[in-house]
Design a protein around this ligand. Structure first.
Ligand code: DGJ
Length: 703
């Protein structure tokens, strides 16, 4: 194949790709407008002594057989042979924003199709498909997506977490030895959110080159960023296949999950803009713009398993009075479900609780002008259930082994056709019989030994989960789905293609939520992040927060309330009502504007904003996390506005004692002040003084 130098451009990003017998990205960065013929020769590398005698490219599909001593993109074999394939490009198709590259290794009997797309928001999508073209089984141990990183990417932002503590971030130097994370928990996981960010030293919200990566896969994965001995570096992401799991017969194929990536030359906020726009338009396909995100009332923290339909109807009545738009009955409504030890799998209404059926409750909810939603955990089963008693073989497990339970439950083998059909039939039954417009789809345990007929089935289980959701949504296209897995255990782009929002965390503590939501904001826009006002006394941390902090924290997501409104005081209910109204008023802006994180001079603050795309208005939230470090907290600079426009600044919400805790708060909090976008970015406004665990909301409007 003759060497071709191809350029793929997005809005501001360009990929310069060398296609010859292999494919190498020579450049990934801002568009280069003036290019001379043969400019790529300026990048030809020297060949040092003491290593292989030819230049070894850092290809899109690193191969040991080509002499690249990095983690190869493919590890596999045909009964011990064909284990070091080297693919030769056979064809390239170029669209305006995409390349499809076909290559093959005839000796190994393999074909590879590589799809590389760069969208209008500068987000790259990459995946490889491997096809076995020869007789006999080709066993695939690994198949990875690889993208190069420039040598100046020497710092990483990665994620860690756990139940009730999702999306925690850590920073580290990227140096020889690199970084690797492995998730073997069988779902996207709280612990290893499948994303990371590389950048130039000290990159922050507004400065530095950054490259963000997200692997769209809801199961086991491996992500690594490696620094080769020669200094070159790359990012690699893959689904983990369990032993023997991928065995391709002649003609069979396996594809990697999509790897999403983007570059920003000015920090994290711009990277997030790319991902947010991509999510809105190309992951959600603008599905959420069809109607405003309805305010939820979820029964879980209000009543847990204690279901009494009369009482639930009272809860609905109180919810409607506060302005709630969708009422969701959580766990506890189905047969035998009186606690978390029994019932999963028996997706029949618990007639001992709902003696008059569910219709009356739903009609009541609908008559109050609210939509109705219902909780399911379809992939799970308790041994104490009729389902298990009649189908003990439906477990996703291995004979002769006793696996540990998680929340007293096991997973169902979705490759078992009868089990799959049963689950579909049960879900379909409820969606067909009742006026249910929303499902909260939960998944509360990690997968330990995913066995199907004695074979490993971790990868297939995830694919079958997608298939089950897809089959259901094909039949019930108007039903919305929330992805939940003990809070934020299944949050990724692939799930979002078939769902509408995520339950970000079981932690409803506003202080903790500030950090969790910030972590999530790097890749997801506010409207897909379920964010609820919980009870004053948080069930999860036992902290107490007043309504100002809880309300403003829940405001910047897909908002809801999660408590028992019947038991709440009038004062509390007035508070919920106030923030529901505020959310409804700001919702069009919050769910369509550019969400940015603001840098603050004091780590005791966390500030973020949403700016209308027309740059005519914005809202800014400043949360005071702990005691201010100094008695004065400097200024708050707000980037992202139109530098030439004038904005009037107003304080939209503040804690009750705001004016009493100091001699004087900054003037702008009382008197109307007008400032330009340039002023707000460069000089900013004086920070007020706030008590720990409180927040203010600032409004900016074109004057
Ligand atoms: C875990 C979820 O994260 C909670 O919101 C709730 O739905 C419970 N499961 C119900 O069992």
């Amino acid at each position: 194949m003759n060497t071709k130098i191809l350029s793929v451009t997005g809005k501001e990003t360009e990929l310069i790709v060398k296609v010859c017998e292999y494919v190498e990205i020579l450049y990934w960065g801002c568009i280069i407008n003036t290019k001379s013929e043969g400019a790529e020769y300026s990048l030809s590398r020297p060949i040092p002594y003491g290593r292989l005698d030819t230049d070894i490219p850092m290809t899109l599909h690193p191969e040991l057989g080509r002499g690249l001593f990095s983690s190869p993109a493919l590890e596999g074999h045909r009964n011990g042979k064909g284990w070091a394939p080297v693919f030769q490009t056979t064809n390239v198709k170029q669209g305006r924003k995409e390349l499809t590259i076909y290559s093959e290794d005839k000796a190994a009997g393999l074909q590879l199709v590589t799809e590389l797309r760069l969208d209008e928001f500068d987000v790259i999508k990459l995946r490889h498909k491997l096809i076995n073209t020869a007789d006999g089984i080709y066993s695939v141990n690994r198949l990875a997506n690889t993208l190069p990183l420039p040598e100046r990417a020497n710092e990483l932002l990665t994620y860690y977490g756990r139940w009730v503590n999702e999306f925690q971030q850590t920073r580290m130097r990227l140096t020889q030895g690199g970084y690797q994370q492995e998730n073997r928990r069988g779902r996207t996981s709280h612990e290893h959110y499948p994303a990371l960010i590389a950048g130039t030293q000290y990159f922050n919200e507004t400065h530095g080159d950054v490259w963000g990566f997200h692997l769209a896969w809801s199961g086991n994965h491996r992500m690594r960023v490696d620094v080769k001995a020669d200094g070159r570096r790359f990012m690699q992401a893959e689904a983990i296949y369990l032993p023997g799991e991928v065995a391709l017969e002649k003609g069979d194929s396996i594809a990697t999950p999509w790897l999403y990536a983007t570059h920003s030359e000015c920090g994290l906020n711009k990277m997030s803009q790319h991902f947010h726009q991509h999510v809105r338009s190309n992951i959600l396909n603008n599905r959420l713009t069809k109607k405003a995100r309805p305010i939820h009332l979820n029964t879980w923290e209000g009543i847990y398993f204690d279901h009494n339909p009369e009482y639930i109807m009272d809860m609905a009545t109180e919810s409607a009075k506060m302005g709630v738009e969708r009422f969701i009955i959580d766990d506890g409504w189905f047969k035998g479900r009186c606690g978390d030890k029994a019932g999963l799998g028996d997706w029949y209404l618990d007639k001992s609780k709902y003696t008059k059926g569910l219709e009356g409750v739903i009609e009541h909810v609908n008559a109050l002008g609210m939509e109705f939603g219902l909780w399911f955990e379809p992939e799970m089963i308790n041994k104490d259930s009729d389902l298990y008693r009649s189908h003990p073989d439906w477990l996703l497990a291995m004979d002769n082994y006793e696996q540990p339970t998680g929340r007293n439950q096991y997973a169902i083998d979705l490759q078992n056709e009868d089990a799959f059909n049963y689950l579909f039939e049960r879900l379909d039954y409820f969606l067909s019989k009742y006026n249910i417009s929303y499902i909260k789809w939960d998944m509360n345990r990690e997968i330990v030994q995913p066995g199907h007929d004695g074979y490993a089935a971790g990868h297939k289980q995830v694919e079958m989960y997608y298939r089950l959701v897809d089959k259901l949504t094909a039949k019930h296209p108007d039903v919305e789905i929330e992805s939940c897995a003990a809070g934020g255990g299944r949050i990724d782009f692939e799930v979002l293609k078939r769902t509408h929002r995520f339950w970000a965390s079981d932690n409803n503590d506003a202080l903790e939520r500030q950090q969790i939501q910030r972590g999530m904001s790097y890749f997801f826009p506010p409207e897909v992040m379920g964010s609820h006002i919980g009870a004053k006394h948080c069930h999860c941390t036992r902290r107490t927060h007043d309504i100002n902090f809880r309300g403003l924290t829940a405001l910047f997501g897909h908002m809801g309330i999660e408590l028992d409104p019947v038991k709440e005081s009038e004062t509390e209910k007035q508070g919920f009502m106030k923030y529901i109204q505020l959310h409804k008023q700001l919702r069009p802006l919050l769910h369509s504007g550019d969400a940015i994180r603001l840098s603050t001079d004091d780590d005791a603050h966390l500030a973020h904003a949403v700016i209308a795309t027309a740059q005519d208005k914005a809202v800014v939230l400043v949360a005071q996390l702990s005691m201010p470090t100094n008695s004065l907290s400097s200024t708050l600079r707000i980037p992202g506005l139109n530098k030439d426009k004038l904005y009037s600044i107003s304080l939209l919400d503040y804690p009750e004692n705001f004016h009493d805790i100091v001699n004087l708060q900054p003037l702008w909090t009382k008197e109307p002040v007008v400032a330009s976008g340039e002023w707000l970015k460069k000089a900013g406004i004086a920070m007020p003084i706030l008590d720990p665990e409180s927040a203010i909301l600032i409004g900016l409007k074109e004057a």
